[in-house]
Design a binder for this molecule. Sequence first.
Ligand code: AMP
Length: 280
Amino acid sequence: MKTLHTIAEVRQETGNIRKAGKTIGFVPTMGALHDGHLALVKKSAEQCDSTVVSVFVNPAQFGPNEDFNKYPRTLQDDARLCEAAGVDVIFAPSANEMYDSGFDTWVEVNGVAERLEGEKRPGHFRGVATVCAKLFNIVGCDKAFFGKKDYQQLKVIEKMVRDLDMDLEIVGVDIVRDLHGLALSSRNKYLSGSEAESALALSRGLYMARAAYEAGERDAESIRKIVKDSILKAPYAEIDYVEVCDAGSLEPVQKIDGKCVILVASYLGQTRLIDNTEIG
Ligand code: AMP
């Protein structure tokens, strides 16, 4: 496995892989890798001949009052995990390598990027779409793998790829959870013991809501209330939003009819966590 830091080195390396007739799977990450990221790597290894992982804490997708400075940076550990998982190349650029001083071009997805996270975190998806467009251009992959943990991000990237005719396939991968149901996230590292316990209210609420759906409930407001009540009962937890949306457009629905997704964002103390579950 090679760990590369410059765009030129990655282009050279992936060019050689393509010349050898091999397909390339790409897994973009911000590092602090856990089993959720490794599930994406595993999917890539199953579907492609070689796998490239990027590790880049992208300043452009953090708001001014967000956790860019304290976001965990653990490249040595990440490299060990990637090596063991069969990754061929890690791309770990500096911020200057990705955004030189004259950088002035942005990718802005409308519609699906404007709601939920887009509303709560202005500029977030502009940063995500821009860095993904750049990374896709640098790596030149056949497929890129994204977790459903960040469900809206997956939809935004799918839309960008479609609208801009990018020549790659986006593959969505199921959420990986811990034994108690908590969706794995690099941000779980910020949680105190009691906050981590309270955080289980998110997945528990989603689980109960899904059970109600499976028992026949189709009213979105009733489904939202189940998730909200679960979080309201948890100390240290504060709801940011709970929504039931069409699974494709992420438009909110009133009656659940066809494929939908229940999405939740909540603060646990200072830490903001998101989770979701697909229904229908
Ligand atoms: P991040 O490093 O948080 O930007 O995440 C990089 C990729 O890993 C994104 O596509 C995430 O959706 C995905 N990911 C993060 N956590 C999980 C998880 N628990 N299950 C599945 N995918 C995940």
